[in-house]
Design a protein around this ligand. Sequence first.
Ligand code: PMP
Length: 281
Amino acid sequence: MNTAYVNGEYVALDQARVSILDRGFLFADSVYEVVPVYAGRGFGLRAHLERLDRSLAALRIRNPHDIQSWAALLESLIERNGGGDVSVYVQVTRGAAARRDHRLPTDIEPTVVAFCQSRTAPEAAVIEQGIAAITLADTRWRYCSVKSTALLANVMAADEARAAGATEAILVRDGAVMEGTSSNVFAVVEGRLLTPALRETILAGITRAIVLEIAARDGVDHAEVQTLSPDALAAASEIWITSSTREIFAVTQLDGAPVGTGRPGPLWTRMRVALQAMTHD
Ligand code: PMP
């Protein structure tokens, strides 16, 4: 797991360098993706690369590669790192200009870096007992649908969750649940599977889309709703969080109170099995 990609070259991770004038470093002027890899193969790679393209377009950063060359680059990186079950992190910044200046430079090349990280299966306790989550006010900038590296509000909220003995913070904006600090949120309310509808303050999670696809395929009563209120969330019989690296976790404690029976629910079990059938296919 020690080969990184930096601007066209594969280098040892501890030798990988970018300029201190890089706008990703100075302004978080950059976007990223995390692609899960199962047995050496990127899962949902195309969907991740399409979202990367949308994030870059939103920030008016030129996409330095087309889908085919992105796929070749990342597949080569995975292979150089020994394949297996890992995740690939890829980041594209606007690049490094000659001087620090808020104004967008027009003549610089984007910086591209990528590396692999281990992706361990969740501990048995997480699967058997679920996780605790807390709700917090969403203090992030508005354009959360852009997968930018401006993650400080997410990082601080995740740390508040940790300090409260929880694994994730679920963010609430204008009286509605948005998403987790690094996950999307689902809730089973009165027997119906609900998730907040996409908008500019929510990331269009790849795992979220797959879960919705499975729900539609398997005839699970579900809906994307404009407002999932914190009260509805607190009354839900099941709550889940989804992400590419964690797949699907059951939230069994919310703000210190049990969710439903306080154990992972039957629909979660069913969805997890269906999701794993896809990732391991
Ligand atoms: N929302 C946020 C804020 C995230 O960081 C993530 C993780 N990338 C997700 C949702 C889940 O997205 P995905 O399923 O594509 O990993």
